[in-house]
Design a binder for this molecule. Structure first.
Ligand SMILES: Cc1cc2nc3c(=O)[nH]c(=O)nc-3n(C[C@H](O)[C@H](O)[C@H](O)COP(=O)(O)O)c2cc1C
Length: 226
């Protein structure tokens, strides 16, 4: 396993095997992920890692709110900007279509799609889920630090034979999460991350998730070869 292989084989897993994860394996990956870079070396990431009963408890607190729909939600932040523009809008749409296609849930089956969305709040049955938080006064630079830490961790998990799915979806139940996990008052909840072993045969873990060619994102200037 090298970095390229870890980056290329990581994917968001939404169907996990019923197989526990050893604490020692998690701690080793997390100790290494501490070496992620952060502006000023603030290391602004914090997380609560749950398995077993405490995870079941949080899931049931959130499950109790689901029937209220959006009225029962208290979002920590806007997950996507309002009026998301191109090309981001199309990318987001394409991901949803590819995922629901793999599950054979057509667009007309609104209830089916919603039920699948709520699988987020079961952490897709992963044995472990971590919940990431940071002080409320941290800004975009520190949020990007959290992202770097998350990616380091996800790659290290791949190296350890594990898989993950980062989950912003949980943030719509930020209040319940902060209360249940007793997060510090002055912290904001960012995202969950389901962790476990992938079911390699599950279609939802197999659909292609294309990436834009680098020339859509990057500009090279001043290179003699150009
Ligand atoms: C910060 C973050 C939050 C995410 N939140 C969710 C989520 O709530 N539910 C979900 O199913 N996928 C979530 N994803 C996964 C993305 O959909 C996924 O990373 C993207 O489609 C690229 O696919 P890949 O991770 O399989 O390569 C999230 C990813 C990131 C980085």
């Amino acid at each position: 396993m090298n970095v390229t292989e870890a980056v290329r084989t990581r994917r968001s897993i939404r169907h996990f095997l019923d197989k526990p994860v050893e604490l020692e394996v998690l701690r080793t990956a997390m100790e290494t992920a501490q070496y992620s870079p952060s502006g000023g070396n603030l290391q602004p990431w914090h997380a609560v890692v749950l398995t077993g009963e405490p995870l079941d408890e949080l899931k049931s607190v959130v499950a109790a709110k689901l029937p209220q729909g959006p009225d029962g939600q208290s979002p920590e932040y806007e997950i996507y900007p309002k009026g998301l523009q191109e090309p981001y809008r199309t990318r987001r749409f394409a991901l949803g279509e590819a995922m629901y296609d793999s599950l054979e849930i057509p667009r007309e089956n609104k209830m089916g799609r919603m039920m699948q969305m709520t699988r987020n709040f079961q952490a897709f049955d992963a044995p472990v889920c971590l919940f990431v938080h940071t002080p409320k006064n941290m800004g975009p630079p520190q949020w990007s630090d959290m992202g770097m830490w998350l990616q380091s961790l996800m790659l290290l998990l791949v190296e350890a034979g594990l898989d993950s799915c980062p989950q912003e979806a949980w943030s719509v139940y930020g209040k319940e999460i902060r209360e249940t996990l007793k997060l510090p008052e002055d912290h904001i909840f960012f995202c969950g991350m389901a962790i476990g072993y992938r079911d390699p045969d599950a279609p939802v873990n197999r659909f292609p998730v294309p990436r834009a060619p680098i020339d859509e994102a990057l500009q090279f200037r001043g290179f003699a070869e150009l």
